[in-house]
Design a protein around this ligand. Structure first.
Ligand SMILES: Cc1cc2nc3c(=O)[nH]c(=O)nc-3n(C[C@H](O)[C@H](O)[C@H](O)COP(=O)(O)O)c2cc1C
Length: 135
């Protein structure tokens, strides 16, 4: 059974590019190991993350992440089983988005997903869309 968890949180301090790169490398290595896909978006000192994968792997990863002092006020938006992953084809499975170009690319990908009528993904898509387009 595969599942997805989507949450938002506040960064405890403004993240530098170097901070985000270190986070990305750490997350990417672990997520590859546990076959977790998803995205991590950093915007206005907030994170939005989508994790997808085997139930155990996602739960364990989420427990680790929620103890991390680099962020706070973690709020779970979605925690549910899914039929298929949304982000496995996006930038080799896991990506961090922290700039305009990255947000535009992600928006294009979401538009493409919508056209492909991936219905079960619609809730995740609209949450991500809302996060990246609001001021
Ligand atoms: C916003 C945020 C997102 C994170 N995302 C992931 C993730 O997707 N996968 C992951 O393994 N660790 C992620 N981490 C890091 C974990 O909290 C934790 O530091 C890491 O998994 C520990 O890895 P290690 O045991 O290999 O040192 C994230 C941390 C933060 C602050």
């Amino acid at each position: 059974m595969i599942k997805t968890i989507c949450y938002i949180s506040d960064s405890t301090k403004p993240e530098t590019l170097a901070d985000l790169e270190a986070l990305y490398l750490q997350a990417k290595a672990n997520n590859h190991k546990y076959n977790i896909t998803g995205i991590l978006i950093y915007k206005n000192q907030n994170f939005l993350q989508v994790l997808e994968g085997e139930e155990n792997a996602v739960n364990q990863t989420y427990i680790r992440i929620s103890k991390d002092i680099r962020h706070k006020n973690i709020f779970e938006i979605i925690n549910t089983n899914i039929e298929e992953r949304i982000f496995q084809d996006y930038n080799f499975g896991f990506t961090i988005v922290d700039n305009k170009k990255g947000l535009q690319n992600l928006n294009d990908y979401l538009e493409w997903l919508k056209e492909a009528e991936n219905r079960s993904a619609n809730k995740v898509i609209s949450i991500v869309e809302n996060f990246i387009t609001k001021k």
